[in-house]
Design a protein around this ligand. Sequence first.
Ligand code: PGA
Length: 260
Amino acid sequence: MSNRPKLVVANRKMHGSLPDNQQFMQSLLLHTQQHHARYAVCPPHPYLYQAQHILQNSHIAWGGQNMSRFEKGAYTGSVSPVMLKEFGCTYVIIGHSERRQRGHDSDESCGERFEAALKAGLTPILCIGETLEEYEQGETDLVVVRQLNPVIAHVGIQALSKGVIAYEPVWAIGSGKAATPQHVQAILSFIRGHIGLLDEQVAEKMDLLYGGSVNPSNAAQLLSMPDVDGGLIGGASLVADDFIRICQIANELTELKTAA
Ligand code: PGA
């Protein structure tokens, strides 16, 4: 188990409004002031300027939910890593299953965008995870390796450690049915082991998150698993009180580890 502070990231997907975001971010700031865990908020792109305005010089980071691999060009509807950086983003989510499933993100393009994010000085959060069918076929290990290897091949093992990996089983996302803590631990430990085959130090320091129906009731169990460095939170980040409760749990776990 690492001594890293837990990392909790709000994936607000296509939700929010100026007043709602303001209320969310301000109450998050207020209720997590003395915390030692790490937090980030990923709102839809138009709200990054607002996030920058409210969160700058605070302990809370912010990030984008997706980006192009190109710096600029004729890519209507896309956002470049340089633009995210200009709006102060620390993180960017890459390869979320909601994008992979709609055919936007291939395993290879995730590698290219992971690299482009690093080049722009962003920390990519690479999402990987199996569908229900793959889960039922017992193919989870195969799937996460299939999604991870092209990224490693593209950027190299050292660069991988500059990002974050979020294991998000597709069947657990937004379904209200989180994976069991035992399943999450088994898969994250497998992922860490897989990385460790290439470089043990990278495996050791890699931030591995779990995402999929994390809520205030299951967060303590999920986040206390030894290989879980934090969570990527969708639905429960839409209600400030729920997200703050998850942050409090992450902070308590962080403080427990520091005291140990
Ligand atoms: P969820 O979403 O917490 O609503 O399941 C997580 C995610 O999609 O990142």
